[in-house]
Ligand binder design. Structure first.
Ligand code: SF4
Length: 275
């Protein structure tokens, strides 16, 4: 990831044994080696010292041939395993659910979201180390499993308090365009600043800007602020498919006083993937 963002960085990974945990994580290691030329060195590091002249860090290790080597680095990151926390144990005790020998919630391979106590569902690292996609998948699964228990209950509609919608009668069109880099997923193939500049020159566009992650909470807050500050009455987000986040952006409009149907989603990720 560092190499994707800063191609000039020279990265070295010292390891004793690599077991890439999870689906496709071996591919991740191979990509780091083959596509990004990250050095992987099997060695036990014996010392990390500060170079007094440069304040860089000197790593000392034995090569596989047995010679003592010293190398200079700008930054050293210690990667440690994920451990259970006192918080997990406390929460498990409060909900009266079992934990396993490693201190994570006990589940089974066939029911990975089901806790030992009926009616309690688990997602993410509460039941062990997980990556983000698996955590998101489990969160959806846990929410669906919880919802399935509620079908027998009488329906009570919960309504969120929303501000009064702006009256736009007679208003000129004032469009805000927000273009998402999606980290490097879009930015690696689409000239995002170029799209922002192009959009800013279009008729009716009064604001155009880019985001690193348009769906992040701070980006939503900023879109809401821009709607109010610049009196935007149309919002276009150029990002992923509407299936992913259309509802999220519509909700941002509603909470800022705009009718949610004044939002348009522009699917930039399909364009970037087709290149
Ligand atoms: S809005 Fe879509 S494209 Fe942008 S960061 Fe989120 S998932 Fe990626």
């Amino acid at each position: 990831i560092v190499k994707e963002h800063l191609p000039g960085v020279e990265a070295t990974i010292f390891f004793m044994d690599i077991r890439a945990f999870g689906k496709d994580f071996d591919k991740f290691v191979n990509r780091a080696k083959d596509d990004y030329h990250t050095r992987f060195i099997r060695a036990r590091i014996s010392a990390v010292e500060i170079d007094p002249a440069t304040e860089n860090l000197i790593i000392q290790y034995n090569s596989e041939a047995g010679s003592l080597i010293e190398e200079n680095f700008d930054l050293v990151v210690l990667s440690v395993g994920l451990l259970s926390t006192a918080g997990i144990r406390k929460m498990a005790a409060r909900f009266d659910i079992e934990i396993n020998a490693c201190g994570f919630a006990r589940t089974s391979s066939f029911t990975p979201m089901t806790a030992s106590r009926p009616g309690i569902f688990i997602a993410g690292t509460f039941s062990g180390p997980k990556d983000i996609p698996e955590t998101v998948m489990q969160a959806s699964g846990a929410a669906s499993a919880a919802a399935s228990l509620l079908t027998e209950l009488p329906i009570r509609e919960l309504r969120e308090e929303l501000p009064q919608e702006f009256d736009l009668r007679g208003e000129q069109i004032r469009t805000g365009v927000f273009v998402c880099r999606c980290g490097i997923n879009i930015a690696a193939t689409v000239d995002v600043p170029g799209v922002v500049e192009y959009a800013s020159a279009l008729q009716g566009v009064v604001h155009s800007q880019e985001f690193i992650f348009a769906c992040a909470q701070d980006s939503q807050k900023l879109i809401g602020e821009k709607i109010k500050e610049l009196k935007l009455n149309r919002v276009i987000v150029s990002a992923c498919t509407p299936r992913t986040h259309e509802l999220l952006f519509q909700k941002t409009l509603s909470s800022s006083g705009l009718n949610p149907y004044l939002f348009t989603s522009h699917n930039l990720i399909s364009i970037s993937e087709s290149r």
